[in-house]
Write a protein that binds this ligand. Structure first.
Ligand code: CTP
Length: 491
């Protein structure tokens, strides 16, 4: 590179140059190089960049994203190397229809399916491909690419890209940007059905979700391979654009300033230092409610028994083992506006747990385990004279007479609402991903549709919001309605 000597610049230009260089984190000499290169490009004296239309406005927007109007949302689209990459051209159009400014990175593999030229023609800007491209790394480096966006969309997200993301790899431009960004990330997985179902892919997916990454799809349908059908097709561009639009919309945080305490998972009650009494609770429903409450802006403390699922994002988690530890942790987390008891607490513990492992001596009698009742955490909190949460919600896990048992639990335990569910093995609810619940309160019984545990969580949070912050009554500027779409019956 030729060295630069610039003489006789007047003071005001020097000052502006110094400011610009400082803002861009460059030396003054480097800043002048960038300015000269831009000037050369604009004057058409530089070799034309075929990935970029010769358009001054587009060049200006590329060089200076601040040229994108202040209220324009910006998406950085990372196109992975899969057959679905061809759909990303339509996706760019759909995003632009929504007034979104799109910048694009193509991975090396993506360039086997689409070219920077075709993508650049649609985005109207430079297409980024190389982590070590001296021209653009110098100008719009990967850190700036990562920062100057409101959302990163990965479409298609191949199995390989998901694996790299889950492991924090950064060996190319796409993965380096994904690691460096503070923006939200949305992935649209696309791969062969077997690859999608593979344990490794599902493990990577779970890790990405736990890291707070949003997903859309995949859908079910024809695969690229002849006669293959199943789950793995990338979501349609319109679906991805809609999911991106939702993530870009200002988040409603109706529970901001509210404190929520939850219990979730099973408890383990020791028999001796190596054995314990437990139950089949996975914690999926309680953890999903904690995540939904946090997403709605609440300050959430989750007291979790031993589970194998990840801590929900944005939630304070206290890990406990036994019912007595769980009660102590809940009491410590008070005061709260709402308390939700989703844990499957062991009703009994061993009265005198061994301090040493109970040995099996030849001919010795089988040990008798005397059980004693555990504290009822829900009932203890619901009956508190001081600091009783404003809204106390329990669950009723039943295998028969679900509603009748839930109603008597509501009265006995002194809570405000009970979510009743049938946990008979045939329902697959215990440990499964779906749930069918009825909300039982003094007002009656509301049957909710069968749905994912995440949707049950969102519906419950919507009910909590309208209980704590009632919408205005008709005549006060709006109609009052039952949120969530459950059916109310009075039995
Ligand atoms: N619960 C609790 N502490 C206990 C037992 C239960 O906080 N020691 C809570 C559960 O978290 C749930 C509700 O009470 O919100 C009902 O739990 P469930 O297991 O359905 O009922 P039990 O009270 O254990 O009664 P039973 O086992 O006889 O149905």
């Amino acid at each position: 590179m030729a060295s630069l000597t610039v003489r006789q610049i007047d003071e005001s230009v020097k000052k502006r140059l110094r400011l610009r260089a400082a803002r861009n984190g460059r030396s003054m000499e480097d800043e002048i190089r960038v300015l000269l290169r831009e000037a050369a490009e604009d004057a058409g004296r530089d070799a034309p960049d075929l990935t970029e239309p010769p358009n001054r406005a587009a060049n200006a927007a590329r060089r200076n994203p601040a040229a994108v109007p202040a209220n324009t949302k910006r998406i950085l689209l990372i196109v992975g190397g899969g057959i679905a990459a061809y759909k990303s051209l339509d996706l760019i159009r759909r995003l632009k229809e929504r007034g979104i400014h799109v910048r694009c990175i193509l991975t090396k593999a993506a360039q086997q399916f689409i070219t920077p030229l075709s993508v650049g023609a649609i985005t109207g800007g430079h297409v980024f491909t190389d982590l070590f491209d001296p021209a653009h790394e110098f100008d719009v480096g990967h850190i700036r690419l990562a920062r100057e966006t409101d959302l990163v969309v990965v479409a298609p997200a191949t199995a390989d890209l998901m694996a790299k993301m889950a492991n924090g790899r950064a060996d190319d431009l796409a993965t380096a940007v994904l690691l460096a960004t503070r923006a939200k990330v949305l992935i649209a997985p696309a791969m062969n059905t077997q690859m999608w179902a593979a344990k490794a892919t599902q493990r990577n997916l779970a890790r990405l979700i736990a890291d707070g990454i949003a997903t859309v799809g995949p859908n079910e349908g024809e695969m690229a391979e002849a006669n293959e059908r199943g789950l793995g097709r990338m979501a349609e561009p319109l679906e991805i654009a809609a999911a991106a639009g939702r993530l870009l919309a200002p988040q409603e945080r109706p529970l901001a300033g509210k404190r929520v305490v939850l219990t979730s998972g099973p408890t383990h009650e020791p028999i001796d230092p190596v054995r314990y009494i437990a139950n089949r609770s996975s914690g999926k429903q309680g953890h999903a409610i904690a995540a939904a409450a946090a997403a709605a802006g609440a300050d959430v403390t989750l007291v979790s028994g031993p589970v194998t699922i990840a801590d929900p994002p944005g939630v304070r988690v206290v890990h406990v083992e036994s019912a007595r530890d769980m009660l102590a942790a809940v009491e410590k987390a008070l005061p709260a506006d709402v308390a939700i008891f989703a844990a499957a607490v062991a009703d009994w513990r061993v009265a005198h747990a061994g301090t040493q492992k109970i040995k099996k001596a030849p001919g010795a009698k089988t040990p008798d385990l005397t059980l004693t009742e555990n504290p009822d955490i829900l009932s203890t909190i619901a009956h508190r004279a001081k600091d009783r949460p404003h809204l106390v919600i329990g669950f009723a896990a039943e295998t028969q007479n679900v509603i009748a048992n839930a109603k008597s639990k509501l009265a006995r335990k002194g809570c405000d609402w009970i979510l009743a569910n049938d946990v008979s093995p045939a329902t697959g609810i215990m440990g499964g991903d779906r749930n069918t619940v009825s909300l039982v309160s003094q007002d009656g019984v509301e049957d909710w549709p069968p749905q994912s545990k995440e949707d049950v969580a969102r519906m419950l949070v919507a009910r909590i919001v309208s209980y704590l912050i009632p919408p205005p009554l008709a005549g006060e500027g709006g109609e009052r309605s039952e949120p969530g779409g459950g059916r109310l019956r009075s039995d």
